[in-house]
Design a protein around this ligand. Sequence first.
Ligand code: SF4
Length: 251
Amino acid sequence: MAVKSKELASDLTADFILKVNNILLKKFGKPPRNFNSNPLDILVATILSQNTNDLNSHKAFVNLKNEFQNYDELIEADLRQIEKLIRIAGLGKQKARTIKKFLISLKKKNKKLDLDFLKNYSIDEALDFLVKHDGIGIKTAACVLLFGLNKNVCPVDTHVHRVINRLGIVKTKNRDKTFEELKKHLPNGIAHEFHTNLIKLGRIICLSQNPKCYECPLKKLCLYEHKNLEKPKMKNKAPTKNSDFMLLDSV
Ligand code: SF4
């Protein structure tokens, strides 16, 4: 009997997420994925991406990779040199400090500069390890887990937070709470496609102001109270730029 009642108690949120995911897959397809990323590269690229756009942070990341053969060279570099190389991504001083401080702490703990040991950690253990370091928040940590360690977590940026709140998957006030809620219900194996396609939807349809609900493939199941279903007569003359570039699959 106990088994039967367990079977009946399905996770409605997980079922809803699967429905949304399938509709997004039909709309945008399965996003290409790089399974061979170095988790430490993903961490550095994600730190660089804070408060800037993907293209500028990618340039800053390439500058570092061109200048230093490996992280052992980077850790020896002067902070001002690192800051200069990553200036294009903004907050150069702060980001240079965060990166160098993390590398020093990692070397102390692990003797070598890589994060492969986190593959053997559970999701919560790996997140806890990363967020203990200054300047590394839950979103950065989640990006390392998804893009560097292929774990089933969905990092929550401003687009993911907005879209899944409007859909009614969660009802939360900030991104960290959204991440925690989503983590409880995310079905296995879909994190990368779900995350990537939600960002695409947020960039081109579910805009922060004036969402284009009239052309949204999710409009029938979306619970947003203020849906914008009236299609404007004039075409928008300014197309969204670079909406397909996904930084962490390009590292
Ligand atoms: S229907 Fe509108 S609010 Fe809902 S997900 Fe689509 S664009 Fe966003």
